[in-house]
Design a protein around this ligand. Structure first.
Ligand SMILES: NC(=O)c1ccc[n+]([C@@H]2O[C@H](COP(=O)([O-])OP(=O)(O)OC[C@H]3O[C@@H](n4cnc5c(N)ncnc54)[C@H](O)[C@@H]3O)[C@@H](O)[C@H]2O)c1
Length: 268
């Protein structure tokens, strides 16, 4: 894998989970990382742990003003941007009022989920285009989900927003190619990656282990994925190793989208 030496990368929602793993991997490969999150404390903690070539910034992706502040900040630090990972995302289970099915959802909850997952990501792409179009090369990586490919009865807004993210990735990719900008835009579609996002679904009671085992059994590979496994794919999409890829989506789901229902039973 080509290194990311001298590249400037901004990662949203990077205080924990997948975003933090991506920041660590990029930093290890030599990039300057701007660790952003709505939770400044977690971003600062990670930046301090990484040391040189790492800075923290509070950025609520759904807030246009925060992106307006981030843009000149990045320009002053690095003269532009080489890599953006639009990673921040919420299910809405903890942050908004339920239920979240298509029959009973609250409009305010629906909008709150789209505000972060879709509006926030579109603002990130817009800002990145301005910061990348005069660089040698730019890479935008959008976190979508397998929930954007199949219907999710209990998480209607999350599924809708992730489907929109997948398609906005294609739009941004084509737009940049059309304009002659040296910017590639690709998506990652993870599923069942064990991060704090799952806490709302797993709980912390005695049933947690049983639920974990049950979900893992539904994954063809028989286990949850790790944030580091997603980070490896992000590294590939950020680097020159993927220089002819734009508008694509990579599934990171242990085989779920390959057709779990049609798969022969796993041997115990
Ligand atoms: N974990 C999975 O199984 C999985 C599966 C598919 C897709 N994803 C996607 O991957 C991304 C990261 O997921 P994760 O599991 O690491 O989640 P997580 O909940 O562990 O971490 C999300 C991070 O985003 C931050 N955040 C929340 N709202 C924000 C906002 N408005 N602005 C900026 N930051 C904000 C949080 O503070 C947190 O640090 C999300 O977009 C998610 O939809 C995750």
């Amino acid at each position: 894998m080509p290194s990311l030496k001298t590249r400037a990368a901004l990662i949203t929602g990077a205080g924990r989970g997948i975003g933090a793993a991506i920041a660590r991997a990029f930093h290890r490969e030599g990039a300057h990382v701007l660790i952003t999150d709505i939770d400044l404390e977690s971003a600062q903690k990670l930046a301090a742990e990484l040391g040189a070539r790492a800075e923290a910034l509070r950025l609520d992706v759904g807030e246009e003003e925060d992106w307006r502040i981030a843009e000149p900040h990045v320009r002053a630090l690095h003269g532009g941007l080489d890599i953006l990972v639009n990673n921040a995302g919420i299910t809405g289970f903890l942050e908004t009022e339920g239920p979240h099915d298509p029959e009973h959802f609250h409009l305010a909850s629906w909008r709150a989920v789209h505000r972060v997952n879709l509006d926030g990501l579109a603002l990130g792409c817009r800002t990145a285009i301005a910061l990348m179009k005069h660089r040698r090369a730019g890479a935008i990586i959008n976190l979508s989900s397998r929930s954007g490919v199949v219907g999710i009865p209990g998480a209607a807004a999350y599924a809708s927003s992730q489907a929109a993210v997948r398609n906005h990735t294609r739009t941004v990719a084509l737009y940049c190619a059309q304009q002659g900008y040296p910017i590639r835009c690709n998506a990652l579609l993870p599923a069942a990656i064990l991060t704090p996002m799952w806490d709302a679904m797993l709980g912390d009671g005695p049933q947690r282990e049983a639920v974990l085992t049950e979900i893992a059994a539904g994954v063809p590979m028989g286990r949850f994925g790790t944030p580091e496994e997603v980070a490896q794919a992000a590294l590939f999409l950020a680097s020159d190793a993927s220089s002819y890829m734009t508008g694509t989506g990579l599934d990171l789901d242990g085989g779920i989208l390959a057709g779990a229902e049609a798969a022969p039973g796993r041997r115990e």
